[in-house]
Design a protein around this ligand. Structure first.
Ligand SMILES: NC(=O)c1ccc[n+]([C@@H]2O[C@H](COP(=O)([O-])OP(=O)(O)OC[C@H]3O[C@@H](n4cnc5c(N)ncnc54)[C@H](O)[C@@H]3O)[C@@H](O)[C@H]2O)c1
Length: 296
């Protein structure tokens, strides 16, 4: 049985662990957090996993590494130094980083050719996409193997042609999220209405066709060229930017709309996961392998 070491048992790490485990991998998790066993009991109950605070021991003999530790370049550099020293030279070292450049994570690392970004969307066990982002030092074999592993997990790996901060998904998300915050700060719309507006329009559209396909259709039979010259050319307004000093106003509004804490979090996770599972197959994506529900 192939063995994967997941580095970090936070939001992303436990989801990767469920995904790899359900696909038949031997799963090891390394995290220095003192409540690691509690986290595994709560989120991975019923799934055989090996837990260790010692990263070097956890990767010994691993066939693939999926790092999901803190989003801090100095911590990633240190973790990947340990990973390089304690893995075979055919083992891919994939980082879940949301925006850090693979070349920065691999800087000065003797295993730079084996380091690649495998950036999931949350939760990795359900969202099809994994962005595979090579730095200039990553070998073609590393990128091919990462793509192969994610395909085996029923993911949709999309290989970027070159690195860029934030990759593609989070660059798009940043533009969008900034505008959402700006509109709330400006008093144009409240948080719940904005979420409903997006779900009832762009979200539904983008779940079925991409923005360029949509542009093609928006122009009618004349295609996107017509839409750009006819409609988009009139959208000359400035879109503005949120004021960073007033982000608390937005965060207060989000928290009073959706709550905070374990119970509110679990309720929202159930809502999201239920809807996502229901939509995957009708939209043409493959269901992830079945995962046993956590035991009480
Ligand atoms: N949260 C998201 O929506 C999301 C989505 C995609 C990718 N990511 C990326 O995934 C990674 C993890 O994000 P997260 O949201 O799960 O973070 P998180 O804060 O929930 O979890 C990080 C975990 O790393 C552990 N950790 C700290 N030092 C460590 C070390 N030296 N070795 C091993 N583990 C260590 C922490 O104890 C914690 O459990 C980040 O790089 C993030 O950018 C996050």
């Amino acid at each position: 049985m192939a063995a994967v070491t997941i580095v970090g048992a936070g939001v992303i790490g436990v989801s990767w662990a469920r995904l790899f485990g359900a696909a038949g991998w031997e799963v090891r998790i390394s995290d220095p957090r003192p409540d690691l066993k509690d986290v595994a009991d709560q989120h991975l109950a019923g799934q055989p996993v090996t837990l260790s605070a010692d990263l070097a021991a956890a990767v010994d003999g691993a066939d693939f590494v999926q790092e999901a530790g803190p989003e801090r370049i100095e911590i990633k550099e240190q973790m990947f130094g340990t990973l390089a020293a304690h893995t075979r030279d055919d083992v891919v070292l994939a980082s879940s980083s949301s925006s850090l450049l693979p070349s920065a994570i691999a800087r000065g690392n003797p295993a730079a050719d084996r380091i690649v970004i495998g950036h999931p969307f949350n939760p990795p066990e359900l969202m099809p996409l994994v962005e595979v982002v090579p730095g200039p030092q990553a070998s073609p074999r590393t990128v091919d193997r990462a793509v192969e592993v994610y395909r085996e997990l029923n993911k949709v790996p999309i290989r970027l042609k070159k690195e860029i901060p934030g990759f593609v998904g989070n660059r798009l998300q940043k533009v969008f999220d900034d505008q959402c915050a700006y509109l709330v700060q400006q008093g144009v719309i409240d948080v719940a209405d904005l979420d409903d507006l997006v779900r009832a329009s762009l979200g539904l559209r983008w779940a079925t066709i991409g923005p360029f396909q949509s542009g093609t259709l928006g122009g009618g039979p004349a295609g996107m060229r017509h839409l750009v010259t006819h409609v988009a050319s009139q959208m000359t307004f400035e879109i503005g930017k949120p004021d960073p000093a007033r982000m608390d106003e937005v965060l207060d509004a989000v928290e009073s709309t959706y709550g905070t804490g374990e119970t509110a979090y679990e309720q929202l996770v159930d809502l999201r996961d239920g809807r996502t599972r229901a939509a995957l197959e009708p939209l043409g994506w493959r269901q992830p392998p079945a995962v046993d529900p956590p035991q009480e």
